[in-house]
Write a protein of this length. Structure first.
Length: 313
């Protein structure tokens, strides 16, 4: 089945990322190349403090990145707790293509990246270092949920030229899923993780099935928000399996959110999680716990930001 190319990605910073993905898709390129190209944008943006370069560090001041990628054949690659490399998504792709493994972590992932020609860089920007030092003054020596979101609330977004009025400007992981002109699906997910997390903490984003899942027969899904709760329900895999059973993308995302609410009702009230899905027909949808989640859509006819529906009002 030939498809009409489309790319969707989490949050309003997805607009710029989608543009880069679209450059590949509109030329008839592969969805895999599109999503890699797309998420490079927030990874390289120092103003984006939740992905790649400029990402908030862990509590010890180290920027540790998580990313994964998955293609239409079910191939996948992932890196977790990777330091010093600006584009973890491309290291994840190399793990997928050049090794018999799916996942490399920490020092091993860095060693592999350096052997494959990636440059070692300092990813801690002066701004992110300053914010971390500010946090250290009170230093609640535990991860703070979505602290990165608080600094954005109510402020105009630096990322989104298509701002939604009344939106809450929170951002975290970028998850992107796309369909190319061949009708094939791929996805990518990349993040600096929870701000001021314990050193060594890994979220959902690099975990295949949790932060991202692609099944070329059915659809693709990705997640954003507090990774621990997404891992617990293997969220993105769940969304794709629900689409297989006939759920629309939005209904599948809603059901996955409900699973989290049912399992941890008290916890669910305090956190944000959003799922975003795309099916084989090119239909997309999202659902999240709290207001404030948005996602960006681009195809030949449209470029827009859509507000995610949410459970808690
Ligand atoms: C994670 N889903 O690591 C990512 C992003 C995040 O608060 O920091 N959420 O859990």
């Amino acid at each position: 089945v030939k498809g009409k190319p489309i790319v969707v990605s989490t949050w309003d910073f997805g607009v710029a990322a989608n543009k880069a993905a679209w450059e590949v898709l509109e030329k008839g390129g592969r969805a895999l190349d599109a999503v890699e190209n797309g998420v490079h944008v927030p990874e390289a943006d120092p103003k984006n403090t939740t992905v790649g370069y400029g990402g908030a560090p862990d509590r010890d001041g180290r920027v540790t990145l998580d990313a994964c990628i998955m293609d239409e054949f079910g191939n996948c690659g992932s890196v977790a707790a990777l330091e010093h490399i600006k584009h973890p998504i491309s290291v994840a792709r190399k793990v997928m293509e050049k090794t018999p493994h799916v996942m490399l972590v920490g020092d091993g992932a860095l060693q592999f990246a350096l052997e494959n020609g990636f440059q070692k860089e300092n990813l801690l920007t002066p701004e992110s270092e300053k914010a971390w030092k500010e946090w250290l003054k009170k230093a609640e020596y535990k991860p703070v949920i979505n602290i990165e979101n608080q600094s954005y609330e109510g402020k105009p977004s630096a990322f989104n030229p298509l701002q939604l009025p009344g939106n809450v400007y929170n951002h975290d992981t970028i998850g992107m899923v796309a369909m190319d002109a061949e009708g094939n699906l791929s996805g990518a997910c990349t993040t600096s993780g929870m701000a001021y997390k314990l050193h060594g903490r890994v979220g959902d984003s690099p975990i295949i099935g949790a932060g991202l899942y692609v099944d070329n027969e059915v659809g693709a899904a990705t997640a954003t928000g507090v990774g621990e709760e997404v891992i617990r329900v293997v969220g993105s895999f769940l969304v794709v399996e629900l689409m297989r059973q006939g759920y629309s993308p939005e209904a599948a995302c809603k059901e996955a959110v409900m699973r989290i609410v049912q399992k941890k009702p008290a916890k669910a009230k305090e956190i944000q999680i959003g799922f975003l899905a795309l099916n084989k027909k090119g239909e997309h949808g999202a659902f999240c716990l709290q207001p404030g989640f948005s996602y960006a859509v681009k195809n030949a006819d449209t470029e827009k930001v859509v507000k995610g529906k949410f459970y808690f009002t």
